[in-house]
Ligand binder design. Structure first.
Ligand SMILES: [Zn+2]
Length: 249
């Protein structure tokens, strides 16, 4: 059985991570993620299959591409490693296959949003709407043992509240401080989190995300590298905060 073979699960997780890297690179550029073969992000040349083995190829090639010997971002390796370790962890802790699929889908979408938002300051609608869909669909499967909100009303109210709260912050900041505090991508992301975790999660998640954002900004503020008006992507903090909420609340 799959659930006992952790080497196989690790390999599957790493392959999924490799696909997530493709999504992180191509989705913000509106490139096809399925049919186009892997190419080097630096030289744009096609990658041989033996240079495209998750985790292993990076180590063999010492984090440089074969085509131009250009350095390849550590992100590729980190995403594959996290994806592999996560899947092993889920199989070790969760026994029900439906739960494994739901929690893995959510986590892998989170990873893609996390890195795209850090790099491009956007969150593609396709990802947010996928999260929202999972958040609604999971309400029809009350037998799951996950710590998600299974109550249809609480879930729908959570989605609406999440969207409304961030829209309100955007409008108020624009009126009072004349700056864009957040984007509507963040609003849709918090809506997705609300659908998944219920309305009770919204203010706690927002609060934790704000604290995390502040902690992250302090070093740059103290060294004068940035001011309070410097834009930072908020999506990654919302994601970390929702994971903290999922685990501890
Ligand atoms: Zn190259």
């Amino acid at each position: 059985m799959l659930s006992n073979n952790f080497f196989l699960i690790f390999v599957i997780g790493a392959v999924i991570g490799s696909f997530l890297n493709v999504c992180i690179y191509r989705l913000p550029k509106n490139l096809d993620i399925i049919y186009t073969r892997s190419f080097c992000p630096k030289c744009k040349k096609k990658i041989n299959w033996f240079d495209n083995i998750p985790l292993v190829s990076f180590i063999i090639l010492k984090f440089r591409c074969r085509c131009g010997k250009k350095s390849i971002s550590l992100q590729y390796f980190v995403v594959e490693l996290i994806s592999a370790l996560f899947l092993c962890f889920v199989f070790a802790v969760v026994s029900n296959y439906l739960d494994i699929i739901i929690i893995s889908l959510i986590f892998y979408i989170f990873i893609v949003i996390f890195f795209i938002d850090i790099k491009h300051f956007i969150i593609p609608d396709s990802l947010n709407f996928s999260l929202i869909s999972i958040g609604i669909i999971k309400n029809f499967f009350p037998e799951t043992s996950l710590n998600l909100n299974q109550d249809m009303f609480q879930s729908l109210f959570g989605g609406a509240l999440g969207y409304f709260v961030i829209c309100l912050i955007i409008v108020l900041y624009k009126k009072i401080k004349k700056v864009e505090a957040m984007g509507f991508g963040d609003a849709k992301l918090l809506a997705g989190i609300g659908f998944l975790l219920g309305f009770q999660s919204i203010f706690i998640t927002l609060f934790i995300a704000a604290i995390l954002g502040l902690i992250f900004s302090i070093p740059n503020l103290m060294t004068g590298k940035s001011s309070l008006k410097t834009a930072i992507p908020f999506g990654p903090f919302l994601i970390l905060a929702s994971i903290i909420y999922f685990i501890y609340f």
